[in-house]
Design a binder for this molecule. Structure first.
Ligand code: MEV
Length: 451
């Protein structure tokens, strides 16, 4: 392969021609790509235009988890995820809590943050004294940018000066907080920040209180922060401990002991906390993707929040007192229900409608509920039956699909492997034997299931 100049200027066909020429069978590669184009040219064009250099679409499964009772309202929740068992776990957890009061959620705050990072070598006290005046100028100088947002009840909620000169010579920040209502607000915040930087420069250059050196300003960058610890939602479930055990394998007390110990371990042990929180994000990201939000931003924020006291810890907490089991998740979720993909992508629109067109605060609550449900299901399995039991069912199905098993073969394989460890080799060998035999010759130990 050679570097290419002007790739973005090529037509879509030209780009595909360039990419596929490196394949063993360029024609087959073209067929694969074009096989994923939408049959409706206008819809395909819309997808092409979401990003740059689009060749085709990349499918992800779109599932649904029903029976989520959140603040007394029932939801069926769309989930986009490639990993098996996640939708099943969410659904199972939703059904469990449906009969135990459901999920209770509260939005604790909805503040977003943006910063102008700048270098300035002047008298810090003078700048601090100027700040109240500057804040007014920044707010009035961005009136035209904030007009629409203010009409919707949002806008700039505060601007402070942060002195970071002990960490980096001359480094200061204008640290601004915003309320962006139902928008995720990235464009709104970034536009305001760039305007802040222009106003700051103008003020320093023209105000006679500043010396010649103090007129020098280096704006490093103007950008929102994806760390939004004050855009926070809490979701919790609770029930009397005597309603917890739903199997014969353990008592309520045993369950409480196992479960609470697992949460304590995820709170004190970063190796476990990472996997524990990954399970929460299985639920969160699926809803974030289905609703057209930015899952990278949500991920980055969640993990910073999980490490807010200096050690990476579980995002969920548990408490058992006076016979009541209470399990909750606090998570910052900067989500939008307007702007971005929400009004464009047909499946994103579909998801919003499935959820009853929630506003951003409702979507935060719904998403948090799926994260908590996911974590409850994962930890419950881990400390009782073990995680592989559920996973293996889907793993078996994936292997059977790869081996192009018929529905009848799948049914037989499911029965045969119900009490065996599943591996590709074991399933392949079982299938081979089954296919080479007449129906009545298939013996229960035809395969060689192995670890
Ligand atoms: C797998 O995607 C997620 C889990 O590992 C989460 C956990 O361990 O809590 C099952």
């Amino acid at each position: 392969m050679q570097p290419i100049k002007g790739f973005s200027k090529l037509s879509k066909a030209g780009k595909i021609e360039w990419v596929t020429r490196f394949f063993q069978d360029p024609e087959a590669a073209y067929t694969t790509l074009s096989g994923y184009w939408h049959h409706d040219a206008a819809t395909q064009k819309q997808h092409d235009e979401f990003i740059e250099n689009t060749l085709t679409n990349f499918y992800m499964p779109y599932g649904v988890a029903p029976n989520f009772l959140i603040n007394g309202k029932l939801y069926a929740i769309p989930m986009v995820i490639e990993e098996s068992s996640v939708v099943a776990a969410a659904s199972k957890s939703a059904a469990f809590w449906l009969n135990r009061g459901g999920f209770k959620t509260t939005v604790l705050s909805t503040k977003k943050i943006g910063q102008v990072h700048f270098i300035w070598h002047g008298d810090g006290d003078k700048l601090r004294a100027f700040m109240p005046e500057l804040e007014q100028k920044l707010i009035s100088g961005t009136q035209s940018l904030t007009a629409n947002m203010r009409k919707r009840g949002g806008g700039i909620t505060g601007i402070t000066l942060r002195d970071k000169t002990l960490d980096e010579p001359g480094y200061y920040q204008l640290h601004a907080t915003f309320e962006t209502r139902d928008a995720m607000g990235a464009n709104f915040i970034n536009s305001n920040l760039e305007e802040f930087a222009r106003i700051l420069r103008y003020e320093l250059e023209t105000d006679p209180r500043f010396t010649a050196t103090e007129r020098e300003l280096t704006v490093v960058m103007c950008i929102l922060s994806n760390y939004t610890p004050e855009c926070l939602v809490r979701c919790e479930v609770s029930c009397p401990i005597d309603q917890l055990a739903d199997g014969d394998d353990y008592t309520n007390e045993e369950f409480v002991e196992k479960f609470t110990r697992a949460i304590r371990i995820a709170t004190i042990e970063p190796y476990r906390a990472t996997t524990h929180n990954k399970g929460i994000m299985n639920g969160i990201d699926s809803v974030v993707l289905a609703t057209g939000n930015d899952f990278r931003a949500v991920e980055a924020c969640a993990h910073t929040y999980a490490a807010r006291d200096g050690q990476y810890r579980s995002l969920t907490r548990v408490d058992v007192s006076n016979g009541i089991f209470r399990f909750w998740l606090d998570i910052p979720l900067a989500l939008g229900t307007v702007g971005g993909l929400t009004g464009l992508h047909p499946m994103v629109k579909f998801s919003h409608e499935m959820l009853g067109n929630p506003n951003a605060e409702e979507l935060m609550q719904i998403t948090a509920a799926v994260g908590l449900a996911q974590n409850f299901a994962a930890v419950k399995s881990l400390v009782t039956t073990g995680i592989q039991k559920g996973h293996m069912k889907m793993h078996l199905l994936n292997i059977l699909n790869q081996l192009e098993a018929t529905e009848q073969e799948k049914e037989r394989a499911k029965i045969y492997f119900s009490d065996k460890v599943i591996s590709f080799q074991g399933v392949a060998s079982y299938m081979k034997k089954m296919r080479g035999m007449a129906d009545d010759e298939i013996s229960p130990d035809a395969g060689t299931a192995q670890a």
